[in-house]
Design a protein around this ligand. Structure first.
Ligand SMILES: *Cc1c(COP(=O)(O)O)cnc(C)c1O
Length: 357
């Protein structure tokens, strides 16, 4: 038997979650965000399940080319655009769309000899202060793009800094207002909303929505579970117990003995550690499912193993199934316990992890 840890990818959950996006934003086209190997789910596998999306967005040029070569005809958008003038030829050849967020990119484009039908997403910085032109720079940039012979389509785009904060959130309003002030009257398609904005701010939906995390069945909000949003987990990380230790009161568990038993108890050793992508910072108490029952991680996470409390799971032993996250064990809860977000756990899945559908 191979080492018993694997990530099961549920294609029907991805499909279902896409339908949840459609339900929330029925008048928008959907750009499925599949950056970072589709948040760890596998690029081509996820694209297949999300094949009814109107477009795909990612950062990596090679991934975009692979997707096009796999036969997808939709819009494929490079979210950071290009980094080097050499990439423009491939972008043209494969009919990829590119974000333009910086004057360096504008200069590369102007210097290029492209004569194709380039579709660009002109990115505005409305307050995130990460990528994009300021509202002041925008008119001149737009004129330059309009005058370029290779640019056939321009979509206006921005990204929200805090769509995931609790409701009655003013910063969305401020960013939306800045965006509209610049975009109104231009008659160009628009794209603003990530998952959080899709779910909570319908006024941001516009022509293209850009869901990421919700497609994978995790919640973009700290205060709302994915299940309450009708999202289904697309990734379940399963393993097994490979050893059981019966301990006396006062025994230490694992590296540094960061957990000590207060009474006699059984702990299970699970095949799964930080080299598989389980967060090393997950403290004692992090939830985990063994034999279909919730229990907790105890002690420090090792590279290849972790310990779980079996004191309430009398029937568990070597070979018992363990769910580290996924169906029955929301990744959001594990992430929160480890002081991070589901995004990080999903896309930090280790290359050695076997992925099955
Ligand atoms: C990653 C990303 C998204 C998707 O965000 P989620 O919070 O995962 O929905 C949308 N737009 C841009 C520009 C992104 O970088």
């Amino acid at each position: 038997m191979p080492r018993p840890i694997q990530a099961l990818i549920d294609l029907s959950a991805l499909e279902h979650n896409l339908s949840v996006v459609r339900r929330h934003a029925p008048h928008s086209r959907v750009m499925a965000v599949i950056k970072a190997d589709a948040y760890g789910h596998g690029l081509l596998r996820a694209a297949e399940a999300l094949a009814r999306a109107d477009g795909f967005a990612m950062l990596e040029l090679d991934a975009a080319v692979r997707l096009r070569e796999a036969g997808y005809r939709q819009v494929i958008l490079l979210l950071e655009g290009f980094f080097d003038p050499d990439e423009l030829a491939l972008i043209e050849q494969y009919h990829l769309s590119a974000v333009i967020h910086h004057s360096e990119q504008l200069a590369m484009l102007s210097a290029s000899r492209l004569r194709g039908e380039l579709s660009v997403f002109l990115k505005l910085n409305t307050g995130m202060n990460r990528l994009g032109f300021t509202p002041e720079e925008f008119p001149a940039v737009l004129e330059t793009l309009k005058a370029h012979p290779a640019v056939k389509q321009i979509t206006l785009m921005t990204h929200f800094a805090s769509a995931d904060e609790p409701c009655r959130n003013d910063s969305i309003g401020v960013q939306l207002q800045r965006f509209n002030a610049v975009a109104n009257g231009r008659h160009l398609p628009r794209s603003l909303a990530n998952s959080a904005a899709i779910l909570r701010f319908p006024e941001t939906h516009a022509d293209w929505v850009r869901p990421g995390i919700m497609l994978y069945g995790a919640s973009p909000f700290m205060d709302t579970a994915a299940s309450e949003l009708d999202l289904l987990p697309a990734m379940t990380v399963l393993s097994k117990i490979i050893a059981v230790q019966t301990l006396k009161a006062g025994d230490g568990v694992g590296y540094g003995h960061t957990f000590r038993t207060s009474r006699s108890m059984r702990v299970g050793v699970v095949a799964g550690g930080y080299a598989d992508g389980y967060p090393r910072h997950a403290p004692t108490g992090t939830p985990v499912m063994v034999n279909g029952k919730r229990t907790r991680v105890v002690g420090r996470i090792s590279m290849d193993m972790l310990h779980v409390d079996l004191s309430e799971i009398g029937d568990a032993g070597v070979g018992s199934p363990v769910t580290l996250w996924g169906k029955g064990m929301p990744v959001d809860e594990v992430a929160q316990s480890a002081g991070t977000v589901s995004y990080e756990l999903l896309c930090a899945l280790a290359p050695r992890m076997q992925k099955l559908t």
